[in-house]
Design a protein around this ligand. Structure first.
Ligand code: HEC
Ligand code: HEC
Ligand code: HEC
Ligand code: HEC
Ligand code: HEC
Ligand code: HEC
Length: 364
């Protein structure tokens, strides 16, 4: 090879390398179409064993939501691996589970003392949940009960949400091909983790900052960021009232569990544990200053200057401060074992409830 040609080749190689390594972290799906799509749900006159058995599926994909999202998380970032929310054997909570928790403990596969209906949102078709409707929900004209019945049942007549069961009950409009490389993911990125609303909330969805590993790796510096909106104890839930917050999103189905207290604006006692209430700057709350991903807070605006900081007087408690949306080994899909939160003892110092209620463990 002539010297000049070699030089140009090396230069081109260098440019290519720079291009590869400086490309923005695109979190949309990557790869050959036929990894995920089948044009006719047929290959050589039959179905491949790697495809889900119940097809053909919408959008010509090769599996159900659960089918593609069942497996063991081993790390890796978005754009290179699939985030798994279900497995074929028990995962280790907090080690190979992701930010949303895991469906294992509420699934029919889980047998044992840590398993059951209270461990998660029940998305397994045909399973009868003792909670047939979303607690705290409102009627919205769905006869005398709220519209959001069990996510394990296909909807039917009577004003229920047609076909919106399972993963679709919450991830209303999955947008796997949307470019969510913006720092704060909103509508153009398919909303934060494809969480959007409907009806009164049409055009609304959740905004947030998506951790590239879905919190497989997490610490004070590395975690998702959630948006909150302080309503000073007024207003019920829903996305149209609470802007693009996760609490607005949860209260789309659990409406009355928002801060809701119009009679006593600005003062304790509360009638529901507040969500999207600002941490006071005084007393026990003032000590929560370093972000703990086990008891996350919501921010009034994103991005934040310093992700590792919690700022009393600014940041808020929210639904996800205490709950995992998918599930956990604990009742009420809590992020930690509520039975371990014992007032006046020295266990679990500053974790769980004590992350904010710092004087309730050993102090007063
Ligand atoms: C890693 C998996 C994956 C790969 C690779 C993939 N897709 Fe998809 N695609 C999906 C999933 C899942 C959906 C359905 C849900 C959604 O739209 O988010 C989808 C939906 C679509 C849709 C309908 C929704 C839309 O965004 O327009 C089209 C069209 C589509 N894919 C085309 C393609 C083509 C063409 C390729 C190859 C160049 C491809 N996909 C590669 C997973 C994938
Ligand atoms: C063909 C396989 C496939 C199917 C079917 C599929 N997914 Fe996914 N999904 C993926 C992959 C791969 C990713 C990772 C994309 C990335 O790298 O960010 C993903 C990512 C996601 C995410 C995370 C998005 C983010 O912002 O990081 C959610 C939420 C999700 N899927 C929900 C669903 C739901 C709900 C369904 C059913 C409607 C579904 N998926 C069906 C393969 C699939
Ligand atoms: C699409 C409607 C819907 C959304 C959105 C929703 N839920 Fe639920 N939730 C339900 C239904 C239905 C039940 C009762 C059946 C079940 O447990 O699966 C329920 C049950 C619960 C339970 C009690 C579980 C038990 O069995 O004791 C908790 C806790 C909960 N949800 C928290 C949340 C949080 C936190 C969010 C926001 C991340 C949220 N929910 C979003 C519909 C929803
Ligand atoms: C009750 C509502 C709800 C249901 C039902 C639900 N999700 Fe989620 N999902 C969420 C929320 C909220 C997040 C964001 C969690 C966070 O960032 O803390 C999320 C996050 C995710 C992620 C990103 C990984 C993670 O843990 O953050 C994936 C992938 C996903 N969901 C897939 C699914 C699939 C597949 C199903 C059905 C088997 C499903 N979800 C059912 C609410 C739900
Ligand atoms: C992320 C922070 C945070 C976490 C975690 C948290 N709380 Fe709170 N809690 C608050 C805030 C903020 C208030 C309202 C303070 C105010 O303005 O009066 C509150 C109020 C309360 C009150 C009512 C006090 C009153 O004056 O009426 C009780 C009781 C309570 N929390 C119990 C708990 C329990 C039990 C847990 C664990 C399951 C818990 N909290 C977890 C932040 C938190
Ligand atoms: C401070 C922690 C905390 C916050 C914040 C919180 N929850 Fe809970 N939630 C709990 C605990 C603990 C339980 C179970 C024990 C109890 O109710 O005392 C529970 C129970 C529930 C239940 C089951 C109720 C039933 O009838 O069985 C639902 C549904 C629920 N929460 C939804 C929500 C939603 C939606 C939000 C946000 C608007 C929220 N929670 C905010 C701690 C919290």
């Amino acid at each position: 090879m002539k010297k000049a040609t070699l030089g140009i080749t090396l230069m081109l190689a260098a440019i290519t390398l720079i291009a590869v390594f400086s490309a923005p972290a695109m979190a949309k799906v990557k790869g050959r179409c036929d990894n995920c799509h089948t044009m006719h749900y047929s290959q050589g006159g039959t179905q491949l064993s790697t495809w889900g058995a119940e097809g053909p599926y919408n959008a010509l994909v090769v599996n159900t939501c659960l089918g593609c999202h069942t497996g063991d998380n081993v790390g890796g970032s978005s754009g290179s691996v699939t985030p798994y929310v279900m497995a074929t054997s028990e995962p280790t909570y907090g080690t190979n589970t992701l930010a949303g928790g895991h469906f294992w403990w509420v699934s029919p596969s889980c047998i044992g003392p840590n398993c059951g209906d209270a461990k998660g949102h029940n998305v397994f078709l045909g399973h009868v949940d003792p909670l047939p409707y979303a607690p705290g929900g409102e009627f919205h004209g769905c006869s005398t009960r709220n519209c959001h019945k069990s996510l394990a049942e296909l909807s039917n007549a009577g004003g229920d949400l047609d076909g919106r069961y399972g993963c679709h009950g919450c991830h209303l409009n999955p947008r796997h091909h949307a470019d969510d490389s913006a720092t704060v993911v909103g509508e153009t990125g398919g909303w934060y983790r494809f969480l959007s609303g409907h009806l009164v909330a049409e055009g609304h969805g959740v905004e947030g900052i998506e951790d590239p590993t879905w919190q497989f790796v997490y610490n004070a510096n590395e975690h998702n960021e959630y948006l909150g909106l302080d309503m000073d104890k007024t207003g019920t839930g829903h996305m149209d009232k609470l802007a693009h917050t996760t609490t607005g999103y949860c209260t789309g189905c659990h409406g009355n569990f928002h801060i809701q207290d119009t009679t006593q604006i600005g003062a304790s006692p509360w009638i529901r544990h507040p969500s999207d209430a600002v941490l006071p700057t005084t007393g026990e709350y003032a000590g929560y200053t370093q972000y703990d991903p086990l008891s996350p807070v919501a921010r009034p605006s994103l991005p934040v200057a310093e992700p590792a900081d919690v700022t009393p007087g600014v940041d808020m408690v929210m639904c996800l401060s205490c709950h995992r949306p998918h599930g956990s080994p604990y009742d009420d899909l809590l992020r930690w074992n509520y039975q371990d939160m014992q007032a006046g003892t020295s266990g679990d110092i500053n974790t769980g409830c004590f992350a904010c209620h710092r004087n309730k463990d050993t102090g007063s």
